[in-house]
Ligand binder design. Structure first.
Ligand SMILES: Nc1ncnc2c1ncn2[C@@H]1O[C@H](COP(=O)(O)OP(=O)(O)OP(=O)(O)O)[C@@H](O)[C@H]1O
Length: 329
């Protein structure tokens, strides 16, 4: 079952990807607004067995990146290749075959598990759908998967409602792993869990990666969450990549003022001051309207100068593999 992890070998290539959604006009006599770009010109790569953490505020486009990878978002520009194949050009049947290799793990494990099904059937379902195993063979595979995610074998005959959030997320992970994917899109997989459980699930993701060589796109609001699971991190702001680089470079020498603001917002670990946050950036997170010039972070940026309001900063290398879209860094 183990696959060879090789971060140098590209598994996913996102090249200049934009996803546009139609916007309803306010009234029928109004001009139809241009489509809204939930993500706009996003590029990155992910290697085999590697984790790219994706962070940003609510509405910044993180889930849309994940949906685009799963073939569930309308591309307006760019292309996405997976293991050398351009996803956007695949026929329906080819896309269904590819889905086996790209599996989702969602935020709310309860909402994503059918409460009326037994855990064994929930985990075995993708095996049947993809024609991989059935009957006794599927049963044996379920037992193996439960063991892999740290759940006792009697879990198989129970229903998901009788488990805690952390256990349900383990079931969700077992289901995603059933078909031996190369890649998992984990969309805020620990955000709904108690803080005390989060580290356990993050460690499980890490251990599974070491054992199976699976790669992750790991989405979170918060830089603290992705720290222990990511090899590299992409910080997104208003649909664009603000900064991307190796994990230690992002934490140790952040280049974009937005990344610095997110780092400042990481909760203070001192138990006496639990829940407190360091001072953070001022201003509202807003999406650009028709007047979309320059850097989208400029209205909130303490370093903004004239050029920031006039021209979009390119994502430029600040160090090898470490890129930031900022005129003033
Ligand atoms: N199907 C859709 N139709 C129209 N707009 C959409 C659609 N899906 C997402 N959006 C918009 O695209 C933007 C990005 O949404 P997305 O869910 O990707 O953000 P996010 O960073 O994952 O946010 P959150 O952390 O709240 O999940 C938001 O402004 C959202 O309202």
């Amino acid at each position: 079952m183990a696959k060879q992890a090789d971060p140098a070998k590209r598994l996913v290539e996102f090249t200049d990807v934009s996803v546009a959604y139609d916007v309803q006009r306010a009234a029928f006599w109004h001009r139809k607004p241009p489509p809204f770009r939930a993500i706009d010109g996003v590029s990155f790569q992910i290697g085999r067995g590697e984790t790219l953490g994706v962070v940003g505020e609510s509405g910044s486009g993180k889930s849309t990146i994940g949906k685009a990878l799963l073939g569930r978002a309308p591309l307006a520009t760019g292309n996405i290749s997976f293991d050398g194949r351009d996803i956007s050009k695949l026929s329906g049947a080819a896309m269904r075959r590819l889905r086996r290799h790209i599996q989702p793990v969602l935020q709310d494990p309860y909402a994503s598990l059918n409460p009326r099904m037994r855990v064994a059937d929930i985990i075995a379902e993708p095996l049947l759908v993809h024609g991989i195993a059935r009957g006794k063979e599927a049963e044996a595979r379920v037992a193996q998967l439960l063991n892999l995610v740290g759940l006792p074998s009697d879990t198989a005959s129970r229903h998901p409602g009788s488990f805690s959030g952390g256990q349900r997320q383990r079931i969700g992970i077992a289901r995603a792993l059933a078909v031996e994917p190369d890649f998992i899109v984990a969309d805020e997989p620990v955000s709904a869990l108690d803080v005390s459980i989060r580290a356990q699930i993050i460690n499980l993701f890490r251990d599974l990666q070491q054992e199976l060589g699976v790669a992750y796109l790991f989405i979170a609001h918060d830089l603290a969450i992705v720290r222990h699971v990511s090899h590299r991190i992409a910080v997104v702001y208003a649909g664009r990549v603000a900064e991307i680089g190796p994990r230690d470079a992002i934490y140790g020498s952040p280049q974009h003022p937005y990344t610095r603001a997110l780092l400042d917002a990481v909760p203070i670990p001192d138990p006496a001051r639990r829940g407190e946050r360091r001072p953070t950036i001022r201003g509202e997170f807003g999406r650009p309207g028709d007047e979309d010039h320059g850097c989208r972070f400029a209205p909130r940026c303490p370093l903004a100068t004239k050029i920031c309001r006039e021209a979009v900063p390119p994502l430029a290398a600040k160090a090898p593999g470490h890129l930031a879209a900022c005129w003033n860094s």
